[in-house]
Design a protein around this ligand. Structure first.
Ligand SMILES: Cc1cc2nc3c(=O)[nH]c(=O)nc-3n(C[C@H](O)[C@H](O)[C@H](O)COP(=O)(O)OP(=O)(O)OC[C@H]3O[C@@H](n4cnc5c(N)ncnc54)[C@H](O)[C@@H]3O)c2cc1C
Length: 247
């Protein structure tokens, strides 16, 4: 099997969306032909490590990826394609600048025009079910970029609600679509706790709905079980992904 090599892209600009969310806009010749359109597209990002100004990128081969000899391997994290504009040659990725940092959040904070990063081919399987009686979309800050693309994709003629946890009111964002959005604020509470409470307290519309959810892994597991066991949603109707793990 031939794998596709990651693309080496460069930062065009970065923008502060909220105090803890940075949008990094990427571009470059290697963005040509990027299949980044659609809801919930996930990419692996390859960040340079200390001493590098561009990350080592594996070459595609029939036997799998081949890494350049003698170069330190990059830090790899998963992010969401928030926006891909083939005509403009631009790819937006929104980074949470979270407490505890980590190399990806630190890279986003220091990214400048010209900074290099690697980006894999996008994956992701979620599609809205046209027969769903309603859509419920649930997540924390790390999921907001994907939540926005999911809300862009849900049919406008069925009820949609979004239950979203952020640190405080300053982290709320304008979202596309017509969903009824409930924001809950974490404050000093453990991540995921207010979101689990909000989902348990929510009134869901009648009928067989579809749920998309992502965020802190333990909270996602808890909410998924609640939707299946206490709300009676079908297993195939609940698309859940743990995005990060609180330690
Ligand atoms: C499919 C998918 C899509 C994702 N899309 C996005 C996206 O578009 N934007 C985005 O910001 N994140 C997204 N994430 C989450 C992101 O991959 C993780 O948050 C990742 O751990 C960040 O890497 P890091 O190097 O900054 O921190 P790490 O080195 O991985 O972690 C360092 C410390 O920070 C803590 N931590 C990590 N993430 C968070 C967080 N969000 N909030 C609070 N504490 C945290 C960890 O528990 C750890 O203690 C996505 C994850 C997946 C699986």
């Amino acid at each position: 099997m031939t794998t596709t090599a990651p693309r080496l892209l460069q930062v065009l600009r970065s923008t502060t969306i909220t105090p803890r969310m940075i949008r990094v806009t990427l571009g470059g010749d290697e963005l040509a032909g990027f299949p980044g359109e659609g809801p919930d597209r996930r990419i692996k990002m390859f960040f340079p490590v200390e001493g590098q100004d561009r990350p080592a990128i594996p070459r595609a081969s029939t036997g799998g990826p081949v890494w350049p000899a003698g170069e330190a391997r990059p830090t790899i994290r998963t992010y969401t394609v928030r926006r891909f504009d083939p005509a403009a040659g631009e790819l937006d990725v929104d980074f949470v600048v979270h407490t505890g940092y980590g190399p990806a959040a630190a890279w986003a904070q220091s990214a400048e025009p010209g900074s290099w990063v690697g980006v894999s081919e996008p994956g992701g399987r979620w599609v809205p079910d046209p027969a769903a009686a309603f859509h419920v979309v649930i997540g924390d800050e790390s999921a907001l970029p994907a939540v926005a693309t999911v809300l862009e994709a849900v049919p406008p003629d069925v009820p949609a609600l979004a239950l979203l946890e952020v640190a405080d009111a300053g982290e709320e964002q304008d979202l596309p679509g017509k969903a009824d959005v409930t924001w809950v604020h974490r404050g000093n509470r453990p991540a995921g706790e207010p979101l689990v409470e909000a989902v348990r307290a929510a009134t869901l519309p009648e009928g067989e709905g579809q749920a998309w959810l992502a965020g802190e892994s333990a909270a996602v597991k808890d909410i998924r079980a609640h939707l299946l066991n206490e709300r009676g949603l079908g297993r195939r109707a609940v698309y859940a992904t743990g995005y990060w793990r609180a330690r």
